[in-house]
Design a protein around this ligand. Sequence first.
Ligand code: ADE
Length: 230
Amino acid sequence: MKIAIIGAMREEIDPLLSKMDSVIETQYANNIYYEAIYNGKKLVIAYSKIGKVFSALTATILIEKFGCQMVLFSGVAGAISSELKIGDLIIADGLCQHDLDITAFGHPYGYVPEGEVCIPTDTKLREIAKKVASNKGIALKEGIIATGDQFVACSDKKSWVAETFKASALEMEGASVAVVCNALGIPFFILRAISDTANDEAGMDFDTFLESSAKISADFILDMVDEIYA
Ligand code: ADE
């Protein structure tokens, strides 16, 4: 079993790479893929760059070129749910694209013909996450994560996404990774630690908490890797 771990930004994968014993770097398609052994297990780690297109490209390459049979995403998100505070973890039970809009043709937001508004994540991986959280004694929220090519720093937009998609958090890559994995039949899992609350202060909070929240997510993902192989 070869497991892909994707982050969007360098800060999201650095805490993973720092725990690897040996790393082989491969440059491909304007990016770097890090093949590593973690506790004797095969991983391929990459940061995609921000947004849906780059993350879809990276997920596809990890599956098709590197032969990964499972995709885990680790990174940060903006909170929608008031239950989520900075540093809290959320796992996606489903992912939707909040910026996908052909409502002019009578379709719901987030839908295109032959697609789905919300793509569910792998149930077994979610169960493993809950077991890891329980072992670590930490709270783990589960909910819909809404993805779009926008950094949301506006309460009105946040409320709209909350109402339209019943989403608990916002980010910029999960749903595109979901589309790729769903199409290719690869189990996938999206984990995010909260860096901001997607309001007026989101930009400043993001800069302040990116590193600390990314590390919380990365540490949790590596604990999951141990359980996945157990
Ligand atoms: N990732 C982290 N915070 C975010 C936000 N407020 N909007 C979109 N993506 C994010």
